[in-house]
Design a protein around this ligand. Structure first.
Ligand code: NDP
Length: 236
């Protein structure tokens, strides 16, 4: 395909799988990272970027534009959790998670819009979560940030649809990554009991839906929220 793709948080987990899936189909893929990335596959172009820093986001896009050309497909994937019950959740924890998961998506989408408007084409894909739709005890900050991505994407879809730009959301359930491996065993077992497919998703199963949203075949799909959750969020 040979398009330029940027995946935030593409150095590990779901983001890395998304980046590799785009690269495997012939796209030129840049990935943001914060720390050192010695073991990143050679076909990926690494750009240092903390998505909570607007200047770093701007610099990362500029670096990608210089190396690979304007970003045609943006995948806003970087995200964090900082779980805790509402009564004990500090304001710092709430704003930190919203900043990394939601405000960062606004930052990258806004920066990507410049070149996409010029091209009168573009794809934006936001990685949300099933808990953005269902809510989750102990995740008020995370669920609020992931729910916010739906309103953000749907507004972008309405605002920029006439310019050939689509904006969609992928809502994974539980995926086998560092994020879920950090959960206590009892919680992991409890979660599996609620998933109709009875297992975690692989990162590749999320990546294949994201690459589809970036494909020609999804050209008439915008403002959609696509669950990749083994049936966990059915009905929401
Ligand atoms: P990981 O914890 O494995 O990876 C998170 C990625 O986000 C890392 O690349 C990390 O970079 C990056 N990141 C976090 N904060 C920042 C920041 N401030 N600036 C730049 N990069 C940042 O998570 P997953 O791969 O599991 O999750 C990826 C996305 O999928 C997240 O948005 C998550 O909420 C979502 N998701 C995950 C699910 C799961 O079950 N795993 C389920 C539903 C949604 P670094 O290596 O530098 O820390």
């Amino acid at each position: 395909m040979g398009r330029t793709v940027l995946v935030t948080g593409g150095n590990r987990g779901i983001g890395l799988a998304i980046a590799q899936a785009f690269a495997a189909q012939g796209d030129q893929v840049a990935v943001t990272h914060r720390g050192p990335v010695d073991d990143l596959p050679g076909e990926l172009f690494p750009v240092q970027c903390d998505v909570t820093d607007a200047a770093a986001v701007d610099a990362a896009f500029t670096a990608v534009e210089e190396e690979l050309g304007p970003v045609e497909v943006l995948v806003s994937n970087a995200g964090i959790t900082d779980d805790g019950l509402l009564m004990r959740m500090s304001e710092d924890s709430f704003t930190k998670v919203v900043d990394a998961n939601l405000t960062a998506a606004y930052r990258v989408a806004k920066r990507a819009t410049r070149a996409m408007l010029k091209a009168r084409a573009g794809r934006m894909i936001f990685v949300s979560s099933v808990v953005g739709l269902t809510g989750s005890a102990g995740q008020v900050n995370y669920a609020a940030s992931k729910s916010g991505l739906v309103g953000l994407a749907r507004s972008v879809a309405r605002e920029l649809g006439s310019r050939g730009i689509t904006a969609n959301v992928v809502a994974p359930g539980f995926v086998d990554t560092d994020m879920t491996r950090a959960l206590p065993d009892a919680r992991r077992t409890e979660i599996l009991g609620q998933v109709p497919l009875g297992r975690y998703a692989s990162v590749e199963e999320v990546a294949s839906v994201v690459t589809w949203l970036g494909s020609d075949g999804a050209g008439y799909v915008t403002g959609a929220v696509i669950p990749v959750d083994g049936g966990l969020g059915m009905g929401h």
